[in-house]
Design a protein around this ligand. Structure first.
Ligand SMILES: Nc1ncnc2c1ncn2[C@@H]1O[C@H](COP(=O)(O)OP(=O)(O)OP(=O)(O)O)[C@@H](O)[C@H]1O
Ligand SMILES: [Mg+2]
Length: 369
């Protein structure tokens, strides 16, 4: 259903259950686009999945069922609100592990029905796409986005609410997946990305040469599988502390390097199409929490005349504030979903591009175990 756009403030309860975080948040978005995060509660299931080295879908879905209500109420309490103070409810409807997505979406529908609130069934990736707006900075459309998370690695032109054009994506693993799998091969705890970043600190990235993937190609696609295999093989023979640190530094530099190089290609193409306009580059998703990744991208943006923005660290990985904001933007633009909204385990942001390149991994997410 589409309603006329509303200039009034939206106060939205967001719900996120697409992977291994059960999260709820209350976000207010004013008519002029200003954003206030009134609360954000994230219940992590890391301890439940850690013994398996990755996310187990069945364990995740059960944990979401057990905690969603308490977490939603904690978010309302932290904001000092009741359900009656809300103007809308937003829940992740995909992509993600379908059991978990169904829990959050069903809870959101129940709140919408019981309280007579409009529902926004939000694409989780759209949540990541708007997450940089949760910081102090105001970021207007359009912008060039590197979405780099556990299940996705894509460059997108974001023209407005729900209007994304994909410029490139990974042809195999996502960058976060590469961090996690290499970290696992090195015996680091789950989740691997932050653990590998800590280990890499002070390491010599030049000690271990790793393959530089797809750099000769002119497109904006990524590939991490060759790097993953090479690093995992090296990891078998590297046991001494300094060498492990150097290998972690080499892996981090290789991933950050590829992200920066492909982003630069996308920036060059974007500049040609947006001559004379403000140029904005945004990075979002869990891997955007990585310092070296941020630094390399910020430098690349500066070289090409782009402003640079990244979400506050707490909103890089999964959270419900980004879902609430994406929902508030949808509701403000007049989009309302019905109670028949379905959970979509696969839901690419650019459906046409995904259909044209079915072998690319964009818009997909599965267990990372
Ligand atoms: N500091 C860091 N350095 C590198 N990687 C990191 C860091 N922090 C988190 N990550 C990685 O980010 C990923 C988690 O990000 P996020 O929560 O956005 O992904 P997801 O929700 O699982 O996947 P998607 O959003 O694609 O569905 C994991 O792969 C994790 O290792
Ligand atoms: Mg995510």
């Amino acid at each position: 259903m589409t309603l006329p756009p509303t200039p009034l403030a939206q106060t939205v309860l967001g719900l996120e259950t697409s992977c291994d975080e059960t999260a709820a948040a209350v976000v207010r978005r004013y008519g002029d686009g200003r954003v206030e995060v009134l609360s954000s509660v994230v219940g992590s299931q890391i301890a439940a999945h850690a013994p398996y080295g990755g996310v187990v879908p069945e364990i995740a879905a059960r944990a979401h069922v057990e905690t969603i209500e308490a977490i939603a109420e904690a978010a309302l309490a932290e904001a000092g609100f009741g359900y009656e103070d809300l103007t809308g409810v937003a829940a992740t409807a995909g992509p993600g592990l379908v059991g978990g997505v169904m829990v959050g979406l069903s809870f959101g529908k129940a709140v919408a029905l019981a309280r007579g609130l409009p529902l926004a069934a939000v694409n989780h990736l759209e949540g990541h796409a708007v997450s940089a707006r949760l910081g102090a900075e105001r970021i207007d459309y359009p912008f060039l986005l590197l979405l780099v998370s556990g299940g996705h690695c894509q460059l997108l032109e974001v023209a407005g609410v729900g209007a994304c054009r994909r410029l490139g994506s990974t042809i195999d693993d996502a960058a976060g997946e590469a961090f996690d799998k290499i970290a696992k091969a090195m015996g680091l705890p789950y989740p691997g990305g932050p653990a590998l970043e800590r280990l890499a600190s002070g390491g010599d990235p030049a000690r271990f040469p790793l393959p530089r993937m797809l750099l000769g190609r002119k497109d904006c696609d990524f590939s991490f599988s060759g790097l993953k295999t090479a690093a995992a093989r090296l990891a078998e023979g590297v046991t001494e502390d300094v060498a492990r640190r150097d290998l972690a530094a080499a892996v981090q530099a290789a991933i950050a390097g590829q992200l920066a190089e492909k982003s630069e290609r996308a920036m060059q193409a974007y500049v040609r199409e947006h001559a004379g306009r403000d140029l904005r580059f945004v990075v979002a998703g869990g891997v955007a929490a990585n310092r070296e990744v941020r630094d390399r991208l910020q430098a690349a943006a500066a070289r090409h005349g782009f402003s640079f923005a990244a979400p506050p660290l707490a909103y890089c990985t999964d959270n419900a504030a980004m879902i609430a904001l994406a929902g508030a933007e949808r509701l403000a633009a007049g989009y309302v979903d019905g109670l028949d909204a379905v959970a979509r385990p696969r839901w690419p942001l650019d459906e046409a591009a995904a259909a044209a390149t079915p072998t690319h991994k964009a818009g997909r997410k599965g267990a990372k175990a």
